[in-house]
Design a protein around this ligand. Sequence first.
Ligand SMILES: [Mn+2]
Length: 355
Amino acid sequence: MKLGLGLYRHLLTRENFQFARQAGATHVVAHLVDYFKGGGAHNPRDSQPSGTEQGWGRAGDPDQLWSLEELRDLRQAVEAEGLKLEAIENFDPAHWHDVLLGGPKKNQHLENVKTIIRRLGEAGIPIMGYNFSLAGVCGRVKGPFARGGAIAAGMDGPLDTPMPKGMVWNMVVDADAPKGIVPSITPDELWRRLSGFLEAVLPVAEEAGVRLAAHPDDPPMPTMRGQPRLVYQPHLYQRLIDLHPSPANALEFCLGSLAEMTGGDVYEAVEQYSRQGRLAYVHFRNVKGKVPWYRETFVDDGDIDMIRVLQILKKNNFEGILIPDHTPQMTCDAPWHAGMAYALGYMRAALQMLA
Ligand SMILES: [Mn+2]
């Protein structure tokens, strides 16, 4: 197993690559979607997008797909600091919202996704993480919930205010959309859309040498904002895998989201999916409680026995990367960095002990 760090778009700098390396990471997962654009001024040292009813703000440029040059430059910049670029995490809703919505631009948006995946392959980036969700990451609260009053995310009950038109995946894709709400769809319709997506895209991914890695729902509720969710119980990951036999049909395995689920057992889920070789990479974070009331915690302070998880992963020969995902932010001049350094230090020690 290897250690990685996920970096948001505004953190993709030489300084932060060096930080990752210094904290023991060998790999980077990059977010190219800018979740912070609409949120007004933010402190670059206090980096965690917060989900409000208004979402994270404006999505990217619908006509500007990530270019091969941009991807290659990023890989080179990461490698120049002695790291490897393992994955891109999340599509920009501007590029594929009608795949999620089943809207009029669906075919064009499927082509967008295929183009992006081919470019990842050409740039030598082996994994594309995605989150097949209409409402996206929303309905979470942020406060001094973690040990010592560290700022962390959590959930304080369900959020079912309907999604306004023009908003997808918690971002605004059309600021001029007419007033109104996005009509609710059935869970079956959501699964049909996912199935169509996988059928169209997986052959391209396989050919490009890229694995598509599905994140479970965050938060894992059966519905959010009036829309069904896909993987909100551990067994639903199996349904996703069984939709398509391609080895490129893989998982962005989020331990925190899995532990927040009301059913199943996180250790059994780790066993079940790592045994099948379906884990592309792991979000290694911890949590107390389950939806709709939970708190994210420091990696050593939640409900999950993280060492036990590592033992199962090792037994099943998982050789991919672990990244901290999110962590509570520590009280100092660099709250996000301190939280990440703490998590990475814990993870590195645990891996050394296991070896
Ligand atoms: Mn996650």
